[in-house]
Every structure is written in structure tokens, then in C-alpha cells.
Design a binder for this molecule. Structure first.
Ligand SMILES: [Zn+2]
Length: 388
């Protein structure tokens, strides 16, 4: 017979134990994150001050940065020859993030890339051997856009936790965070960069991943740790003899990362259609959008597509691109809690067709990135393999 006192103590202890442990882990993570954030912000402010002071005193600096960037791009291994037997669809199983189940604490589906390809294979839309596997972006590649200080900040788990918005990640050793979170991201970056080369050769290319449009050279956020769009464009400038790029960013969120990186850069035209009532509220970066189209929460399919038609028409008369980078986040889908728009699945297919036809009609190579979405949208198979 059980001792009732012992039994009730054991049960109540067990009941209490779980929430207390969760609380302790969350508290420790939050404290670590706040301390790390504070130190990082101090360093950023001090760097910004010294940058302001030195920029006027050294005119050689800009030339030096350009030369280093050029040499890094020319020595990169991310551009490699792809046989004609492959389709311009880029994916690697290294894209997917699994981290002891805690990846599920963020509403973003961090294994959606693999599931997309799984559906394509099951439906015989594409053969596994025809998919292009990219290489992981190396430190040398990342330094084309990112500063050494920013890459160093990713060596602290608390900073990565802040960027991917999962506080629990702060308590894990950085080697594990690198392997489980940043390594997949770096593979997706390699895919985005390679996609521009493939698009130039074939007319279009899709990276089933990437589109980290909240990350700039100096700052990550919103589940985006590396600035793959900025990197892709700098590689295209240097290696593909391209001098004008249009970014069409139709993810529900504002693409503040690439906007910050290409602020006042006349080689890049940015069309951004976003919901102004959700993250990231980056008013500074909004100043660098060439064509801003705001779609408020609750916008429905017809109104969205009408605004897109008008915006594409305006961009035709404003800029003559040699490459289009299309950030095709599907978080505009009706029911997506992050995007808060009401676009139907057919509406999203229609949106993608409009952008691809826009590019095809003008013979402009187009790179498509899947970017953000809570839910899967398999729009591109019908689009691409029926010849759009
Ligand atoms: Zn988004």
C-alpha cells in the first residue's frame, strides 16, 4: 500500500517540476539573451561612431572594400558548372532544420523545404537526380556582404536565439547551434547565390529555400541570419556581367534587410508589396524602397492582384533590369497568422504567374526564392513545368 502523504507529495512535485524547469530555462535564456544583446548593441554603436569618424578621413577605404569583395567573389566555389540533365531547381537535404524539437517553438515551419521537394518527387514533377545541390556558403563568401563583427556575433547562441526568435536556443552550446541552425541556413545561402548563375543560363531558377529578406550585412532578425539576397546580387554583379537588378519582394513582410544593404544604390530597384501593420516596422529601410505598395491586414485576392498589376506596370517604365530576384513568400495566404492577408491559394498561383510572365515577356532571367510562409504552397510545379 502506498503512503498517501508520500504519493501526494510526489505527484505535486512532479506536476510542479516541469513548469519550474521550463521557467528556469526560459529565464536563463532571457537573461543571457538580454546581456548579450546589450553588449552587441554597445559594440555596434561604438563601431558606428568610429565608422563615421574614419569614413571622411580615408577615401581609400571604399576602394579597399570593393577590391576585397571582388577577390572573395572571384575565389568562391559557389558558382560551379551544372549539366543540362539537371533542372534549375535547387535544394539540398541540408536545408532543413531539426533541433531536438525546439524548432517547433517558432511558428515558421523549419522543415518545409524538404516537404516541398518531397511532394514534387512523389507527384513525379521532378526526378531526384535532376535537382541541383548547392554548396554551403563559406566564411569567405559571407564576408562579401557581412562584417567580421556580425559573423562573430553568431558565435554566441544568445544572438542566434534572438535572430531566429526562439529564446531556448540561447542555452545550447554554440557548436550545436552552428550545426543545427546556421549550417542549414548557409546551405540555403549557397543555393540563392547559385540560382542567379542558373537563371542567367536557363532563363529562370528556383531555390527551394532562402529569401532571408530581414537580414542585412550588419544585422539579422525575423528568422533571417544571413543576407542571401544581397550576396546573390553582389555575386551577379561581379561574375555574370550584370549591372541592374530588380528585387520584387512579395512576401507579406517588408524586406528591410536588402533595402538597408542597397540603400541609395542605383543599380538595384526594389518593388516591395508588404503589410505595414506587421514586423519589422523598419521605417528607415522603407525610405530605400523604390516602389512601395502597402497592403493592410485583411486585403483580399482581387485587390492584391490589382495592386500588383499596377505596380509591375509602373516598374516597367522605371527600370530596365538584367536580372529579377523574386522573393515569393507565401505568408500572404488567407489564414497565415504572421502575414494577416487573405489571399487564396489560386490567388498566390496567379501572383507567381504574373511575375514569371513579366520576366519572360522581357527576356529577363528570374530567380525565385521561397522565403516566409507558415504553410506550403506548391505553386511553381504547374507554373514552370507547363512552360508558363
Ligand atoms: Zn514573411
Amino acid at each position: 500500500m502506498k503512503n498517501p502523504v508520500v504519493t501526494s507529495w510526489t505527484e505535486s512535485t512532479r506536476n510542479l517540476f516541469k513548469p519550474v524547469i521550463v521557467l528556469v530555462i526560459t529565464f536563463a535564456a532571457t537573461v543571457k539573451l538580454s546581456q548579450s544583446l546589450y553588449r552587441y548593441n554597445l559594440r555596434r554603436r561604438s563601431r558606428a561612431r568610429s565608422g563615421t569618424m574614419s569614413s571622411s578621413s580615408s577615401s581609400d577605404n571604399g576602394t579597399g572594400v570593393q577590391a576585397r569583395r571582388r577577390s572573395r567573389i572571384l575565389s568562391s566555389k559557389l558558382y560551379f558548372d551544372i549539366p543540362n540533365s539537371k533542372v534549375p531547381l535547387i535544394y539540398s537535404s541540408a536545408y532543413d532544420i531539426t533541433f531536438l524539437g525546439i524548432e517547433k517553438l517558432h511558428p515558421f515551419d523549419s522543415s518545409k523545404w524538404g516537404r516541398i521537394c518531397g511532394f514534387l518527387l512523389v507527384d513525379n514533377v521532378v526526378d531526384k537526380n535532376c535537382i541541383v545541390e548547392p554548396l554551403e556558403a563559406s566564411k569567405n563568401d559571407l564576408l562579401v556582404v557581412h562584417s567580421e563583427a556580425y559573423l562573430n556575433c553568431l558565435k554566441k547562441s544568445a544572438n542566434v536565439a534572438m535572430i531566429i526568435e526562439v529564446p531556448h536556443v540561447a542555452v545550447f552550446p554554440n557548436c550545436l547551434v552552428q550545426q543545427k541552425v546556421l549550417y542549414p541556413f548557409r546551405n540555403q545561402v549557397g543555393g540563392t547565390i547559385l540560382a542567379a548563375k542558373l537563371a542567367k543560363e536557363r532563363g529562370w531558377a528556383i531555390n527551394v529555400g532562402g529569401g532571408f529578406h530581414h537580414c542585412s550585412g550588419e544585422k539579422g532578425g525575423g528568422f533571417c541570419a544571413y543576407a542571401d539576397i544581397s550576396l546573390c546580387i553582389h555575386f551577379a554583379f561581379e561574375r555574370l556581367n550584370i549591372s541592374r537588378v530588380m528585387i520584387i519582394d512579395l512576401d507579406a513582410h517588408q524586406g528591410n534587410g536588402h533595402e538597408t544593404d542597397f540603400a541609395n544604390d542605383s543599380r538595384v530597384y526594389i518593388l516591395d508589396v508588404y503589410n505595414p501593420g506587421i514586423y519589422p516596422f523598419d521605417y528607415e529601410a522603407r525610405r530605400y524602397i523604390d516602389q512601395k505598395v502597402e497592403v493592410v491586414s485583411g486585403t483580399t485576392t482581387n485587390e492584391y492582384l490589382r495592386k500588383l498589376d499596377e505596380a509591375l506596370e509602373v516598374s516597367v517604365h522605371s527600370f530596365d533590369p538584367e536580372l529579377i530576384v523574386y522573393n515569393a513568400g507565401t505568408d500572404i495566404l488567407d489564414g497565415d497568422p504572421l502575414g494577416r492577408l487573405k489571399i487564396s491559394p489560386d490567388g498566390i498561383t496567379n501572383r507567381d504567374e504574373k511575375v514569371f510572365r513579366f520576366a519572360r515577356k522581357r527576356n529577363i532571367p528570374i530567380v525565385m526564392l521561397t522565403s516566409g510562409a507558415l504553410s506550403l504552397c506548391l505553386i511553381f510545379p504547374s507554373l514552370i513545368f507547363t512552360g508558363f
